[in-house]
Ligand binder design. Structure first.
Ligand SMILES: Nc1ncnc2c1ncn2[C@@H]1O[C@H](COP(=O)(O)OP(=O)(O)OP(=O)(O)O)[C@@H](O)[C@H]1O
Ligand SMILES: [Mg+2]
Length: 152
């Protein structure tokens, strides 16, 4: 586990960029935290670390957006999901168990289908409007390794 406090969007982006650069493809990154905590901001910077050139925005009319980069990036936002069947209907396994990188905003809403091995990032709002606490937990060896690298 690693806990990082940031005091500006740029600092959070710096973490995301470093994380993005560490990714080798096939990772699952789960994000949770209040509305406006910074999940999309963090996702955008992970995308930069993955050399995605397109501007990453939260999927609004779809559940998942796909981007080309050093690895494919699948950006899910499951906030508006009604029932888990919607995930089966879009064939989520093709994304989760691929060589691409999967990021899921509001992953706790689909807990039952999340792979056991993954990186969990919780973002908490801090005492001032630009303060955030990132709590990153790893499940599985490759994710332990990522945390080790982030700490160094
Ligand atoms: N330290 C910080 N880290 C990240 N974002 C910050 C920070 N301080 C302020 N912000 C601002 O907080 C907002 C985060 O919005 P963002 O869309 O990334 O949140 P979100 O978690 O994706 O929200 P939603 O649940 O609506 O999808 C941005 O406007 C960003 O500029
Ligand atoms: Mg968002």
């Amino acid at each position: 586990m690693i806990k990082i406090t940031t005091s500006s969007p740029e600092e959070t982006k710096n973490i995301g960029y470093r994380l993005g650069k560490l990714l080798k493809g096939g990772e699952i990154i789960c994000m949770n935290g209040d509305l406006g905590a910074g999940k999309t901001t963090l996702t955008q910077s992970i995308a930069e670390g993955l050399e995605v050139n397109d501007y990453v925005t939260s999927p609004t009319f779809t559940i998942v957006n796909e981007y080309e980069g050093r690895h494919k990036l699948y950006h899910f936002d499951v906030y508006r999901i009604g029932e888990i069947d919607e995930m089966y209907d879009l064939g989520y396994e093709e994304y989760f168990y691929s060589d691409g990188v999967t990021i899921i905003e509001w992953s706790s809403m689909i807990e039952e289908i999340l792979p056991k091995e993954r990186l969990n990032i919780e973002i908490r709002k801090g005492y001032s409007s630009d303060n955030r606490e990132l709590i990153i937990n790893s499940f599985g060896e490759r994710y332990d390794e990522i945390i080790k690298e982030l700490k160094s």
